[in-house]
Design a protein around this ligand. Structure first.
Ligand code: ADP
Ligand code: MG
Length: 262
C-alpha cells in the first residue's frame, strides 16, 4: 500500500475525553539501527492521563519506540517531547525526563542481590537523596498497593513471577513518575499470574496515570485503553479507540493481526 494511504489511517485523531495537557509528543521521528530504519515517521501525541496500548507483530518496533521515550534508545530524526522537554543529547534534561518516566520490562529487571524493599528504596535514596526512613515508608506504601507488603524483606528469587513484576511496578512508582511505560509486562508470566499484574495495571490506569503499554493482552486494551496504536514494519499503521479498533479495523495488516490473536 502507498505510504500516503498508510498516513491517512495513522493520523486519524481520537479524542481523549477532557485530557488537555500533552504528556508525550512525537513528531516525524525516525530511528535507525545502523542502516536499518527501525522506526519510520512516527507521529504520536499522548495526553496527560491517557492510557495507550501499543500492539503489533514481533519486530514491528514497539519496544524501540517506548525505549526512545525515556531515551534508553536515541532517535536520529524528528522530535520527541516529554512533559515539555525535548529529548536531545542534553544529559541534564534527560535526567529530568527519566525522573518523570517509569518503565516496567518483560523480565522485571529487579536487582537479585537486594531485597524487594531495597530494590524499591535504592533509586529514591541514591538518585533523589531521600532519607532511608522516608524511602522505606514510601516503598511500603506502594508494596501495599500492589498487594505484596509481606514480601518486602525477601529477595526477588524467592518470589513468584507475578509478585516480582508487581514489585517492579512498585519500584517504579516509588520515583513518583508522571508517565509509566510498560513493555510486555505479562508476557514472561505463567497464565495464573497474568491477572494479578494486569489488575495492578488496571488500578493504576483508574487512578489516572498516563500509561503507554506494549501488550498482547487485548482484554486489558478493551478494559482500560483510551486508544490502541497498531504498529507494523516500524510505522504506526492505525490508531483508534478500542471499540472501533477491534470491531472495525481499517488496515489489512491490522485485520490480519487481529485475526491471529483474537
Ligand atoms: P518489537 O518490540 O515490536 O518486537 P523491537 O523494537 O524489539 O520490536 O525491534 C524492532 C526491530 O529492530 C527488529 O527487527 C529487531 O530485530 C531490530 N532491533 C532491535 N534492537 C536492535 C538493536 N539493538 N540493534 C539492531 N537491531 C535491533
Ligand atoms: Mg518488544
Amino acid at each position: 500500500m502507498a505510504s500516503e494511504a498508510l498516513d491517512d489511517i495513522a493520523q486519524i485523531d481520537t479524542p481523549a475525553a477532557s485530557k488537555t495537557k500533552v504528556a508525550v509528543e512525537i513528531l516525524g521521528m525516525h530511528k535507525w539501527y545502523g542502516e536499518f530504519n527501525v522506526l519510520r515517521d512516527i507521529n504520536l501525541r499522548v495526553m496527560s492521563g491517557e492510557r495507550i496500548v501499543i500492539a503489533g507483530p514481533s519486530g514491528s518496533g514497539k519496544s524501540t519506540l517506548i525505549r526512545c521515550i525515556n531515551r534508553l534508545e536515541t532517535h536520529q530524526k524528528g522530535q520527541i517531547i516529554v512533559n515539555d522537554v525535548e529529548l536531545t543529547n542534553d544529559l541534564k534534561r534527560i535526567d529530568e525526563v527519566r525522573r518523570e518516566v517509569g518503565m516496567v520490562f518483560q523480565h522485571f529487571n529487579l536487582f537479585p542481590h537486594l531485597t524487594i524493599l531495597e530494590n524499591c528504596t535504592l533509586a529514591p535514596m541514591w538518585v533523589r537523596g531521600i532519607p532511608k526512613a522516608k524511602a522505606e515508608e514510601t516503598a511500603m506504601h506502594f508494596l501495599k498497593r500492589v498487594k505484596i507488603p509481606e514480601q518486602a524483606k525477601k529477595y526477588p528469587g524467592q518470589l513468584s513471577g507475578g509478585q516480582q513484576q508487581r514489585a517492579a511496578i512498585a519500584r517504579s512508582l516509588c520515583m513518583n513518575p508522571k508517565i509509566m511505560l510498560f513493555d510486555e509486562p505479562t508476557s514472561a508470566l505463567d497464565p495464573e499470574m497474568i491477572k494479578e499484574v494486569l489488575d495492578t495495571m488496571v488500578t493504576l490506569a483508574q487512578e489516572g496515570m498516563t500509561m503507554l503499554c506494549v501488550t498482547h493482552e487485548m482484554g486489558f486494551a478493551k478494559q482500560v485503553a483510551d486508544r490502541v496504536v497498531f504498529m507494523d514494519g516500524g510505522q504506526i499503521v492505525e490508531q483508534n479507540e478500542p471499540e472501533a479498533f477491534f470491531s472495525n479495523p481499517r488496515h489489512p495488516r491490522t485485520k490480519e493481526f487481529l485475526s491471529q490473536i483474537l
